[in-house]
Design a protein around this ligand. Structure first.
Ligand code: PLP
Length: 350
């Protein structure tokens, strides 16, 4: 089915109030890209990338944001607010702009990737930096939305999860059933929670089966692996730089119910997987490579076996969101005079 946005396409499966008025940028319907070469290297599995970076603002956040903003708009809200590591901010800003709402976004000081901050500004959000972490910003927006008529659009908002379920539906629609494993990064843990809700619901209605969930955190921001909050989370994967996940309990439950697991990987493993995905022609931001880095780590430790099985890796955001993650590790490109001889010398092997 051609995309009309996730709310129209999957409305019967989404628990949204009657007053909801659809605000859409035709999000969703993202490609499920086969990556056989990488799959062969990763335990010989039948591997696919769900490339969520191809949503309208460059991340999966648009799936939940269309739902949260449509509900807020339909009930007459005039302003929305969120805390964000970047992608939620850009998405909230775009959907709020689409229907003329005021968008206020709080971001942790100096820790938001260039492409995300630029997006929020371009779409016209009021951006405020907080001298603190994402978790501090989240506490603030919760408090202010309880006190003033400003709609909270973080994934504590239940409609965000309703919209995000649509990615699970799309994967089942593409493959004809759920994959054996779903690997994805875990930050505030809304996405893994929504996927599990979506897969269970589809299975109940259509018998599509259930995947095992592999949720992956960065070792410097791994509260769900450690079992306690992390006061000062640190990782190159800024989208999952979260120490106190709002949906942490549900994420642990989803991993357990699915007979899956949540583990942590080093930043180096994340960056190396980002590079390998780029070699397949898929450029993602660092956090988006965490799912597959986790798969590799679990395979290496012989904790799981995936030979011949369908595995879907959710690549949550586009590489263009965080170009610095590439350029700061690379020397400036070679500079030559505008003449044939030096060019030949540089690129033609004798
Ligand atoms: C938000 C985000 C995540 C983490 O999702 P949660 O729902 O917070 O667990 C991962 N990757 C990217 C690119 C994101 O924007």
């Amino acid at each position: 089915m051609a995309s009309a946005g996730v709310l129209s396409r999957y409305r019967v499966f989404l628990d949204l109030p009657a007053h909801t008025q659809v605000v859409t940028l035709l999000e969703g319907d993202t490609p499920l890209i086969p990556v056989p070469r990488l799959g062969a290297e990763l335990g010989g599995c039948d591997l696919y990338v769900k490339f969520e970076g191809l949503n309208p603002t460059g991340s999966f956040k648009d799936r939940g944001m269309t739902a949260a903003i449509s509900e807020a708009y339909g009930r007459g809200a005039k302003a929305v607010i969120c805390a964000s590591t970047g992608n939620t901010a850009a998405s909230a800003a775009a959907y709020a702009a689409r229907c003329g709402l005021r968008a206020i976004v709080l971001i942790p000081e100096g820790k938001v990737a260039t492409g995300k901050l630029a997006g929020a500004v371009a779409y016209g959000a009021e951006v405020i930096q907080i001298q603190g972490s994402f978790d501090d910003a989240l506490s603030l927006v919760v408090a202010i939305s309880e006190k003033h008529p400003i709609a909270l659009v973080n994934s504590l908002n239940p409609y965000r999860l309703e919209g995000q379920k649509s990615a699970a539906f799309e994967i089942c629609d593409s493959l004809g059933r759920a994959p054996a494993w779903l690997c994805l990064p875990v930050g505030n843990a809304g996405n893994i929670t929504a996927y599990w809700m979506g897969f269970r619901q589809y299975h109940q209605h259509l018998g599509t089966g259930l995947p095992r969930l592999l949720g992956v955190q960065a070792t410097g921001a791994a509260p769900l692996v450690l079992g306690y909050p992390v006061e000062h989370p640190e990782t190159v994967a800024t989208a999952i730089r979260i120490g106190r996940p709002a949906r942490g309990e549900q994420a642990l439950q989803a991993a357990e119910e699915s007979n899956g697991r949540i583990l942590a990987v080093e930043d180096e493993a994340i960056l190396s997987m980002q590079h390998r995905l780029a070699q397949e022609g898929i450029w993602v931001e660092p956090a988006s490579a965490a799912g597959l880095a986790g798969l590799e780590s679990a395979l290496h430790a012989r904790e799981i076996e995936v030979r011949g099985q369908q595995v879907v890796a959710v690549c949550t955001g586009h590489g263009l969101k965080d170009p610095d993650s590439i350029t700061r590790r690379m020397p400036a490109p070679r500079l030559l005079p505008a003449e044939l001889a030096p060019l030949e010398e540089a690129i033609i092997q004798p």
